[in-house]
Design a binder for this molecule. Sequence first.
Ligand code: ADP
Length: 177
Amino acid sequence: LDVRDEFTHRTLATDVMRPRRNDPPLAVLTQDSTTVEDAEALIKDTDYSGFPVVVSRESERLIGFVQRRDLTLAIKTARQKQDGVVSSSMVYFTEDAQQLPASDPQPLKLRRILNLSPFTVTDHTPMETVVDIFRKLGLRQCLVTRSGRLLGIITKKDVLRHMAQMMNQDPESIMFN
Ligand code: ADP
């Protein structure tokens, strides 16, 4: 392999991240336009370990990452103990909940379960670098962005799957890279 060949063979974060071209879109939460009911539906309808939180579906700006188990527990606890938290209550990941009309149900503030600095890479990051970061930081997942917009997610299992594929195709490039 000459240098150029090696370069064209490079896999990038964009090639490994989910969703793939024909997959359903990334399952995300919005920072201030999700209801308790929406969040419960997301938990019921998907089995992902976590959800990126974005400013809005239009902007796709990433503000953090919430683990599925923390979200599940927080909603369950609020349903049981926080009088006034109902299906139509708004879920807020922002610092200050907006002023709501007095007639609106009590909101559920979830900023405390939000990881405000989830690890991110750009879509052009070589997978070698991504693998390195996963190893060194012991990551479970990493988000992929381009110019501040959230594009996808790579989990530890996605990385392991990618490595297994590389091993099959080209064992030397793994061992001597
Ligand atoms: P694991 O990869 O350990 O099974 P998950 O269950 O979280 O972890 O993810 C399963 C698959 O779904 C992975 O390929 C991952 O890239 C993708 N994925 C993870 N979270 C989301 C999400 N919020 N929206 C869409 N796809 C996701």
